[in-house]
Design a protein around this ligand. Structure first.
Ligand code: AMP
Ligand code: MN
Ligand code: MN
Ligand code: MN
Length: 292
């Protein structure tokens, strides 16, 4: 005897989303074209390019996707460096209009602050008999953004330190000999510029700032009251309990949740698209995006 059972097959297509990545427009190692191709190889459906204080990598990425008809949705993004109580806090902007004047003005002044800082870092290194560091760091930068990551690469290749981690510890990090406090914009400035360009503002990697639990809550609460939209809950280099802790904080402060590998290279970061899934308790920032 045959029983015909009606059953529903649910084809649940898993959407792979990575909302934080870097290219050679800032301190990533892949060009925008190579990055989007790698993302497609990793079966990513939605990718945000979020270079430090610049949107200059996005045009090339868009062009490659169009020319090669790549099956990927590109989100225009940026990662803005800000100053908060003597800490360098990163704010990611997603779905921004990259031609918006207020945003471009802010990015230009950030770029100038970077150049000034780089010159002062270079002067400090010169006092330690490490000469021409700015010119050398610029050789490692493929775009207009000169980051401490480029100084670090020069210090490694020049034989002054063994690896990038030590370059930050000895010279470039907060307690390093050549540390220079940056002149970044405020969190409010970054959020306002992102919003004026039609985007959403995300507090990047909240557990990477070495803040006490109390200070972290203060940061998230100020970010929220300035109009911030989301915090990164799933990111590179994090423990399982971190994920749960950040999910709880997102809900406590009424913020959406984001996720991103922060891919720069394969040595120090997760590969594109390889973050752990967001816990069911949070609302993903892309919950109401039109993804087709
Ligand atoms: P900047 O934006 O110029 O302040 O440079 C910060 C960048 O340097 C970060 O985005 C990372 O890519 C890199 N960086 C910062 N700290 C470290 C570290 N301890 N080890 C390796 N890379 C680091
Ligand atoms: Mn970086
Ligand atoms: Mn960052
Ligand atoms: Mn980043």
């Amino acid at each position: 005897m045959w029983y015909i059972t009606r059953f529903k097959i649910i084809f649940e297509k898993k959407v792979i989303v990575d909302l934080h990545s870097h290219t050679t427009a800032s301190d990533g190692v892949l060009t925008p074209s190579a990055l989007v191709k790698r993302a497609v190889e990793n079966q990513i459906n939605v990718l945000a390019i979020t270079d430090h204080d610049t949107v200059k990598g996005l045009a090339e990425a868009k062009k490659t996707i169009e020319h090669e008809n790549l099956p990927i949705k590109l989100i225009c993004g940026v990662e803005i460096s800000t100053n908060w109580k003597n800490n360098e806090i990163h704010i990611v902007g997603l779905n921004i209009n990259i031609d918006h004047a207020q945003l471009l003005d802010l990015l230009l002044s950030q770029e100038q602050a970077r150049i000034q800082r780089a010159q002062t870092i270079s002067a400090k290194l010169a006092k330690l008999n490490i000469d021409n560091a700015y010119e050398q760091a610029k050789q490692f930068a493929k775009g207009d953004i000169v980051s401490r990551a480029h100084f670090a690469r020069f210090l490694v290749v020049g034989g002054f330190v063994k690896d990038v981690k030590r370059a930050f510890k000895k010279y470039l990090g907060k307690s390093g000999y050549a540390y220079v406090p940056p002149n970044w914009c405020s969190i409010a400035d970054a959020i306002n510029a992102i919003h004026s360009a039609g985007g959403q503002a995300v507090l990047a990697h909240p557990t990477r700032y070495d803040l006490t639990a109390t200070k972290l809550k203060l940061l998230i609460s100020e970010f929220k009251s300035e109009g911030g939209d989301a915090i990164e809950v799933s990111q590179s280099r994090q423990m399982q309990d971190d994920l749960q802790r950040l999910a709880k904080l997102a809900n406590e402060f009424g913020l959406l949740a984001s996720q991103g590998s922060d891919f720069h290279d394969l040595v120090n970061y997760l590969d594109l698209g390889k973050t752990k899934p967001l816990p069911d308790s949070v609302i993903p920032i892309w919950h109401n995006w039109m993804l087709n």
